[in-house]
Design a protein around this ligand. Structure first.
Ligand code: GLN
Length: 448
């Protein structure tokens, strides 16, 4: 009830929600109350959560912030939604994002922009900007986002909340609308690290319906929070700390965080990720290539929007896709289709895949000498709305610190670490070895 009041009061200014599921939320909250009365109470019982609008919710519109899916009501729940329902969490509604998760500012949404609750003239980050803004402005207690190249960590950083991209394969992607299937992961955005561990515990685990989900037991992530971090080895990538475009404010906030952790007994080691500089180029070939293939299904026949101008089948396809998709999505489809076309495949997609392997090797070597890697999340605090929207290349470059974790499939977490002079939140990124979310949570918890 109070979260719904808060949405009514605040959201006209922030614009985090696309759909508020008031009736079902109230009835599920009442059902959660009954389980409590029966003495069955879990950590998520009755907890109001927001869900990024590309995770399928049965009977509840799932738009991907796109015209092409504007009226799409999924007939099934994503695996993560089933898991949250099983814990008696309450899905409050569906939140805004860049269309099909393509972007870093939530400005590429067909449903309107979302504003940063800390400063309404600035972007909340993206693509899970609605999730981060809803958590930051108390319009839910936690949210789910998806992260293909930073879309959980970067908005978390810009909105001063915690965001975790789990290891590729840790959380089922069944029911997640695919952007780039080899990079996508679902994860939590929460107020603190403890809540992050609780939501991760609920959604992690094997699922036969996602062939890339891994059959490994799920540890008790909250147990990880109890141990101390003395002796833990923190890797500081040489390349990141001198990265071009890194603002002095971000750099000094991250440096003070390192000192705090050292004060707790952590040990710093300099590491090298020599291929990190190629991550942006590799990602912006691989992600659009996979997107061009995944988005081929939106043809006006099977789903959602269909252009009804008279004409033949090809004209219907053309009309549907050029009116249904926004400019950034069309740009990526064209890029990806080009990169995958006969004669270019080896030069582009093939090369990018080789670079990806080099990035994986960089991390493998780094984790021989450290337990966790610490870096900035984004080169600057949240930028003003409109600043980069007409300049896709500059927008892409702001992803330099986050893309590598997706290319390597390793977990990454954003934890608030300070504020800029203008009072904007700054986050730090922790990256861990495959399936070692526990170390990230442990270090994040010690720090916060
Ligand atoms: N900003 C990146 C992109 O535009 C990452 C998005 C994401 O993680 N979904 O592709």
């Amino acid at each position: 009830g109070s979260v719904l009041d808060r949405i009514r009061e605040i959201d006209p200014r922030v614009g985090a929600y696309i759909t508020v599921a008031k009736e079902t939320a109230l009835s599920r909250a009442a059902a959660a109350d009954r389980t409590v009365a029966e003495g069955r109470i879990g950590p998520l019982t009755g907890i109001p959560l927001a869900v990024k609008d590309l995770i399928c919710t049965r009977g509840l519109r799932t738009t991907c912030a796109s015209r092409i899916l504007e009226n799409f009501v999924p007939p099934y729940d994503a695996a993560v939604i089933e898991a949250l329902n099983a814990e008696n969490a309450v899905i409050i509604g569906k939140v805004n994002m860049d269309e099909f998760a393509m972007g870093s500012s939530t400005e590429n949404s067909a449903m309107g922009i979302t504003r940063n609750p800390w400063d309404l003239s600035r972007i909340p980050g993206g693509s899970s900007g609605g999730s981060a803004a809803a958590v930051a402005a108390d319009m839910c207690l936690g949210a789910l986002g998806s992260d293909t190249g930073g879309s959980i960590r970067q908005p978390a950083s810009h909105c001063g909340v915690v965001g975790l991209k789990p290891t590729y394969g840790r959380v089922s992607r069944y029911g997640l609308v695919a952007f780039a299937s080899s990079l996508d992961q679902i994860g939590p955005l929460t107020k603190d690290v403890t809540d992050c561990a609780l939501v991760l515990s609920a959604i992690a685990g094997h699922d036969r319906r996602d062939s890339t989900s891994v059959p490994r037991p799920v540890p008790d992530y909250t147990a990880a929070l109890r141990s101390d971090i003395a002796g833990i080895r923190i890797g500081l990538p040489r390349e990141y700390h001198s990265a071009e475009g890194l603002s002095p404010e971000v750099s000094s906030a991250v440096r003070s965080a390192v000192e705090v952790l050292e004060g707790m007994g952590a040990r710093c080691v300099e590491i090298s990720l020599p291929h990190a500089e190629y991550a942006v180029a590799a990602y912006y070939l691989i992600a659009p290539s996979e997107a061009s293939s995944n988005l081929a299904r939106y043809d006006g026949v099977k789903y959602g929007f269909r252009d009804r101008e008279p004409g033949d089948l090809l004209e219907m396809y053309r009309g549907t896709r050029s009116r249904g998709f926004g400019p950034e999505v069309q740009r990526r489809i064209i890029l990806g289709t080009y990169a995958l076309s006969a004669g270019y495949y080896d030069a582009y997609y093939g090369k990018a895949s080789q670079v990806r392997t080099l990035i994986v090797t960089d991390f493998r070597k780094a984790f021989d000498v450290c337990d966790v890697i610490l870096s900035p999340v984004a080169p600057t605090p949240a930028f003003p709305i409109g600043e980069k929207v007409d300049d896709p290349l500059t927008m892409y470059l702001s992803d330099i610190f986050t893309l590598s974790a997706n290319l390597a499939g390793i977990p990454g977490m954003s934890v608030p670490c300070g504020f800029s002079a203008e009072g904007l939140p700054i986050g730090l990124q922790l990256m861990g070895n495959h399936f070692d979310e526990e170390t990230l949570l442990k270090v994040g918890y010690a720090f916060e």
